[in-house]
Every structure is written in C-alpha cells, then in structure tokens.
Design a protein around this ligand. Sequence first.
Ligand code: ADP
Ligand code: GLC
Length: 492
Amino acid sequence: MEYPQKDSLKILIIASEVAPFAKVGGLADVVASLPPAFKDLGCDVAVYLPAYRQILDYLDNNYEVILRDLPVQIGSKLLNTDILKAELAPGIPLFLARQNFLFDRPEIYQGKYGEYTDNLERYIFFSRSLPLFCSAAHIAPDIILANDWHTGLVMPLLNQGAMPRSAGVFTIHNMGYLGLVPPNRIDSIGLPEEYYRTDGLEFYGQMSLLKAGIIYSQAVVTVSPTYAEEIQTPTFGAGLDGLMRWVKESLYGVLNGVDYQDWNPATDPHLTANYSPGNLYGKRLCKKDILIKMGISKEFHDKPLIGMVTRLVEQKGCHLVAEAADALFDLGLSLVVLGSGDKDYERLFSNLKKKYPKRFGLKLGYDSILARQIIAGSDMFLIPSLYEPCGLTQMYSLKYGTIPIVRATGGLSDTIIDPHEDLPATGFKFHQASVPELMKAVTRALQTFKKKTDWPIMQETGMKCDFSWEYSAKKYLTIFEKAISIRRGMSK
Ligand code: ADP
Ligand code: GLC
C-alpha cells in the first residue's frame, strides 16, 4: 500500500460495513466519514472490508487485484482470499478480501430466513485475513482500528505478535452484539488455549469476539461520552460491565461526527427542494412531498408530522411507539416510519398501518433516499431508544431543521439540549423508557410547535450545531498516540 507521506501516522481501519457500498446502520456512515477526517489531519489512512457482492457491484470493475489466493486458516479448513484495491475517496484506499463463498450474498448479515448461520465463521475468516494481507502486501500500519465484534479477533491476533509495530485500538459501536461463539465452534477461532480463559475471550461458557477486542487492544473507544459511562453499569454493559470498569483507564468516549458535505439540506440532491437556516420554504415543500409519498391523507397535511428512520430492533424502542400509537394519534399528528429488521416489529408496524391507514405512513425496507426525504420533510424526529451508543439520525435531523424527540441515553443525551436543561434548546428528551414519559415529551414538542416564534428559533439553533468530525478525529489521534506508546514498550 502506498503510504505517501513518510512521517505521517499510518492508520488501517477494519470494519464490516462502509457507506454507501455496504450499509446496514450507522457503523457504515462512520467508516465512510472518519477516514477523510484523518486524512485532513495529515494521516495516511486505508480501510479494509470483505468484498461483499454489494461493493463489487457498486465498483463495477473499478479495482485491481493486488494479491491472489492468500490461504486463511479457519478451524481445520483453509480458505483462500484475494485482496482487491479500490478507492473509498480520493487518496483513501479501500482494500477488500474477496472470498466469494462467504461474501457473495444478497445481503450483508442476513438472508430470507434470518441471520446467516455462518456469520461467526465469515468474520473470523475476515479478521484472520488481516495480518496475512498486511504481511503479503508489506504494510505495517501504526494503528489498526477495529470496529465491533466482527473484527474483535484482530486484537488477540496482534497480541500474538502478528504485527509487532501495529497498535490495536478497538471501537465499540454497540455493546449489544457480543459476537458469541458457542463451545462447539471454538475451534474456528484458532487461538492457543490460553486465550480461552475468563481474563481472555471466555464469556459464561462461550467465547465473545467483542470481549476479545476489548481485552487485547491497547485502547478502547466507544462512540459517545455518556455511553462510555453507561457500559460500566449492569444495565448497559451486556454482561461486560465489570470488564469495562476494569479497563476504564484505557476506555474513551468519543462522539461520532457527521459528514456535512453529504448531509446538508442546502445541497442534498435527493430533496424536492433545498433549504438552509433563515429560509425554510424548501422544507415546507419537502414535507408536502413526503406526506404524499407516504400516503398520508390530505386532511392531516396541516398537522404536525413525526418521522422515524430506524433499524426495527428492540434497541430502538419500537415497542414503545407501537404501545403509544393510540395516544399519539389522539394528539392529531401523523407519523411516517421507514425501517427494516426483526419480522415481529415489521408485523407490529404493519398492523398499525391497517389501524391508521390515513395518518400512518410505513415503508418496510432499506431506502437511503427515502431516509433523507423523511428526515427533511418531518417536523419532528422520534428516537425512543432503550440504549443508543451514539445515534446519527438525531444529528442529521438537527441539520435538516427537524426537531429530535429522544430518550435521554448515550449519544442522544450528549447531542440534544432540552429546554428544561438549558437554552437555546435543540430538542426534547424523556428519561424513562415508558409510554407516559414519551407522551410527555411529544406533548411538550407539540406545544412548542404551535408557538410560531419559538419553533423556528429551535430549528435554526439545531441547524447551526456543528458535529463535524474534526474535533472527534483529533481526539482519536491523541488516543492513537497513547496506544502506540503502550504497544511499543509500556503495559496497558
Ligand atoms: P444504528 O447504527 O444503531 O442503526 P444510527 O443512528 O447510528 O443507528 O445510524 C443509522 C443509519 O442508518 C442512519 O444513516 C440512518 O439514516 C440509516 N438507516 C436506518 N434504517 C434505515 C432504513 N430502513 N433505510 C435507510 N436508511 C436507514
Ligand atoms: C451503532 C449504534 C449507534 C451508533 C452507530 C455508529 O450501530 O447503535 O448508536 O451511532 O453504531 O457508531
């Protein structure tokens, strides 16, 4: 790999998603937008991902094959991988592990019948390919930044001495996914026996690849300051809160940033009309457009519109919305939801659509353009998450003049200011994950919505908030320096 600037910090990011090529959630946005911020700070940065079918389709042959048939051990099997090189952004290489049996599939993590049953093997394979790729390509990054359970195994591999110059930093985007390997599949991990202990990968009789990333990295980052505190408690720690307290000296909460070149209502090409602070006429046109698109009946077009764009999973508080639906619609508002995920939640929302066909708009599936149109066209954006490591859609909503109504947890706590907390406020928060609390926050939002001066002030305050990456990327760099000094001499 070219690392053109001789003395610059060399960073290799390994992850399971990157926008826009292969996106399921916010991890993809982060993996796409953080590297340019590192590059702007003078670092050499590259990204490493599986060569999913979706990425290859997107690239349409715009890549070169730089290595062929690297043999990767997985359990008792050897599977080969090619390494491809493309470009994520100008000057930012995207390396891809091509193993068609594992990654040439219709979706990233799940098929028609739920999660792929070999996801563990797929990401163990991918993680194990990293040191082989680096060695064969003669790459020696200063920092390997791995993300979530999919790439946690990279950290013990570095610890085994695979890449003695490279310090490992592990970012937790979501503690709820532990990457658990049951006893009968431990062989596929392929580490020596001493790693399978309580102070290693062991987790209540199974092995956790997330824990592997936490224990064997030189620094652990999570994606907001509040979540860094929360995961040290039993409620949010997913069984690893004790470990998080134990590593707290090397645990950092760094808020994710937003790429405002991509997320900007003044330039977003997917909106019916563009707009900016001071002139929100275009936003009114976006609202009209989305009301029609989502099938909201005309009689409700003058009423407040709440939007949601979300993975339909327990974490996102979907059941609260379903339980609150009658009370919400009693307030005279309408609601539009774009989401995909658990079939049970899809059914729950589909039933709601049958009950409120005129004022509930539902689109099940993944649609990146519709997501932007909902964020732009709604008056308010609801995020009732049970937990939220960072959350990006509240920051996108702020930029698009759409007032967030959020549960006060994780990054939602850190990015939204409620009028009860401080002024100028940017949104509304509720603390307990309950229908009455949610309803109180929505009611407060509607009261402010009626005030024709307060509402635009709140919108404008949000639109001017700056969550760009520069500040957070600098924080990462100071963490990287510490990790490197630990790796090259001191103990954690
Ligand atoms: P999470 O990563 O937990 O899903 P985030 O708020 O960090 O939550 O990021 C979610 C990202 O995924 C946002 O960019 C959001 O717009 C997008 N997204 C979620 N669900 C959908 C969907 N059904 N269609 C299109 N985009 C979606
Ligand atoms: C995870 C979290 C979300 C976070 C995203 C990017 O999917 O659920 O809160 O914003 O990762 O870090």
